[in-house]
Structures are given as structure tokens and as C-alpha cells.
Design a protein around this ligand. Structure first.
Ligand code: KG4
Ligand code: ZN
Length: 346
């Protein structure tokens, strides 16, 4: 039997300070400290995020180790998010990792946040019937900063087939929520509100974008003008029709995402499909894509909610695969706000 490998994962790319312990592909602990400080500003304030990470990182890591029931001396490596993300926030996780790895004399593993969202599918789960996607598979990666369709041929061989040419899907959710006066982050609020509404109450035009690419900024502008007009006619419009508005705009965003994913599956002939990233927590997206996959006879893999939005378990599992390959990071690596991954074909 191969020796046990225990990895500490650290995530600090945006406004969650997270630490997880992964042992041989399984999660022993997955701890997240959310930063409430941003709520009053309606969005993440980078400088405040960095400071909160600094305050949180030591207790979050200590809690992760305690929850896992291990000491730091049992760790074999530390995986951290090198990018993409907010530079100041990334610096906190990177510096902490460098210090701890030097102190413990164990390797560091540099992780791309978007790749980690995808590899969250490989976190081993106890539940009946669980299995990871088979290579090659397609992943619709939808977060606050990215919207991509990725072809995955192995844990580290990934190709971006298409992506957004302007706003990300999560950004679209957050912006329409803000226009409606809902608190940040808007995505979960739209999701919740839409459950009571009629998704066909209002019509919004889907943008025409070539290939596997996406666009959401036109939709956001159309939504702004639509609401302005309606509120001018009736100042209580949002109050009266909130759920219908949320359900209708959500339907369009979900349709845009699902249609492109179906197009990608049909074009590539790949029938193993998956979703990842914060927006993959969206109930309507999960259901619509599941129905579509079911009717086509395709396999769809959906991570549990805790591995959709930002977390350190996904960073830990990515680091675990790197550790097995002996692919270590060096102390001179700096974080990168726009870190890229995979080949691009568009
Ligand atoms: O992956 P993530 O947690 O952080 C980034 O890497 O950006 O994604 C955050 C994004 C936010 O835009 C948030 O509004 C969106 O994911 N989101 C959702 C839902 N939960 C999170 N969007 C729609 N429905 C949800 N249930
Ligand atoms: Zn993310």
C-alpha cells in the first residue's frame, strides 16, 4: 500500500479565508471564514479583504487541523491559491504558505483557482454511487470572475474551448441583483427569490455570440433599462413583482449557459459533462442542465454545494494530485491576479 499523503489546502483569492485538510483524496476538514465586512459596501473591497485574511488565516488553519484531528507535523505538503484573484488577498495565503512550508520543511503546491474549481469533482465522497467524471469531460466553470467551457483530458491537461467576452455569469447575477436593490452577493439572493416567481413573466433577449463564447453585459444593460422604465411607471414595481423579475432574468442567464454547454457537447461528441464554480450552486442551472443531460443520455456531474462556492478542499485536492506527480512550487513564486491555465483555442 502506498504511504498516506496529507495536504493542507489554503484559499484566499477573494473574500473567503479557507483551509482544508485532504488525506489521500478525502476531506478531513473544510473550514471557511466569510468576511461580512463587505456587505455594507455592496461588493468586495480589496483592501478590507486582505486585512480580514490576515486576521483569519491563523485561526482558520488551526481550526482545520483541529477538526481533522491532526498536528501540523503530519502534513506532507501545503497547497495554496496562487491566482487568479485579488492580489492583496492572494499575497496573504501565499506568504503564510511560504512561511509554514519553510518552518515544517515540506513542499508547497501552487494552485490555479479555476483549475481547482474543476478538480473539486475528484474529492472522494462516501455517498452511494459517487464517482468522478471520466476523461475526457467538459466543465462549465461559472464563478464571479469567470465563465468558461473547459475540455479536461487529465487532471492537468485542460483546454479552454470558450469563455465570456465581457462579464462573468456570477457578475451578471450580482449586477442584476444590485440593480434590484438586493444585498451582495446577489447570485444566491436571485436564486432564492426566483423560486417563488414565474420565469416567463418577462422576456429578455439572449445575446448572439459565436462559438463557445459568452456575453452578459448587454443583458445587464437591457435589464437596467427595463427596470428603469417599469419603476418610472410604478415606483412599487420591484416590490410587487420581485420574484417574477428574479425568475425571468435567471431563466435567461441559465438558458445562455445551458445552450452553449449543449452545443459544446454536440460539437465535441463528449458526453461526460460537469459544472463548477459559485454559480453552479444555482438551483435552476443544476436542474435545467440535469434535465437536458438526462434527455440526451449524457452524464452530468454536479459538486455538492460546499465544493461549488470558494473553498479550500478544492485547493487541497489539486495540491494532492500535484504532490503525487512531484510537481512542487518554489519559494520565489509570486501570486498572480490573472493567472492563466490550460490551452486556449479561442
Ligand atoms: O466561485 P465563487 O464562490 O467565487 C469566485 O471564484 O468568483 O463564485 C462567486 C459567484 C458570485 O458571483 C455569486 O453571486 C455566485 O457565484 N453565486 C450564485 C449562487 N451562489 C453563488 N449565483 C447564482 N445562484 C447561486 N445560488
Ligand atoms: Zn471561485
Amino acid at each position: 500500500m502506498s504511504p498516506t499523503v496529507t495536504i493542507l489546502g489554503i484559499e484566499s483569492s477573494c473574500d473567503e479565508t479557507a483551509a482544508a485538510v485532504i488525506r489521500d483524496g478525502k476531506v478531513l476538514a473544510n473550514i471557511i471564514a466569510y468576511q461580512k465586512v463587505h456587505e455594507q459596501y455592496g461588493g468586495v473591497v480589496p483592501e478590507l479583504a486582505s486585512r480580514a485574511h490576515q486576521a483569519n488565516i491563523v485561526p482558520v488553519v488551526a481550526t482545520a487541523l483541529k477538526t481533522a484531528g491532526i498536528t501540523k507535523n503530519e502534513l506532507n505538503g501545503i497547497a495554496y491559491t496562487r491566482g487568479p484573484g485579488l492580489l492583496g488577498s492572494l499575497l496573504v495565503g501565499t506568504s503564510f504558505t511560504k512561511g509554514l512550508s519553510m518552518g515544517l520543511d515540506i513542499p508547497m503546491l501552487e494552485v490555479n483557482h479555476m483549475q481547482a474549481h474543476i478538480l473539486a469533482h475528484f474529492i472522494e465522497r462516501e455517498e452511494m454511487g459517487w464517482k468522478a467524471p471520466e476523461f475526457p469531460f467538459l466543465c462549465l466553470t461559472v464563478s464571479g470572475g469567470h465563465t468558461q467551457i473547459v475540455r479536461i483530458d487529465s487532471h492537468f491537461d485542460m483546454e479552454i474551448l470558450g469563455q465570456t467576452i465581457d462579464d462573468a455569469a456570477g457578475e451578471a447575477f450580482d449586477k442584476v441583483a444590485k440593480i434590484m436593490g438586493l444585498p451582495y452577493p446577489g447570485g444566491p439572493n436571485i436564486d432564492r427569490m426566483a423560486r417563488e416567481g414565474d420565469p416567463h413573466a418577462f422576456n429578455f433577449t439572449e445575446p448572439a455570440v459565436d462559438g463557445f463564447n459568452f456575453s452578459f453585459s448587454g443583458l445587464k444593460t437591457a435589464f437596467l433599462y427595463f427596470l428603469r422604465k417599469e419603476v418610472k411607471a410604478d415606483p412599487d414595481f420591484i416590490e410587487k413583482r420581485g420574484p417574477d423579475i428574479a425568475a425571468s432574468i435567471q431563466r435567461v442567464i441559465v438558458q445562455i449557459l445551458v445552450k452553449k454547454m449543449v452545443y459544446a457537447a454536440k460539437t465535441t461528441g463528449i458526453t461526460e459533462l460537469s459544472i463548477a464554480g459559485g454559480v453552479s450552486a444555482n438551483k435552476e442551472l443544476r436542474k435545467t442542465l440535469a434535465d437536458e443531460a438526462h434527455s440526451q443520455g449524457w452524464n452530468l456531474y454536479i459538486p455538492p454545494f460546499e465544493y461549488c462556492t470558494d473553498n479550500a478542499a478544492m485547493v487541497g485536492i489539486t495540491g494532492y494530485f500535484q504532490f503525487l506527480k512531484g510537481q512542487f512550487a518554489t519559494q520565489d513564486l509570486t501570486p498572480s491576479a490573472r493567472l492563466q491555465f490550460g490551452k486556449k483555442v479561442t
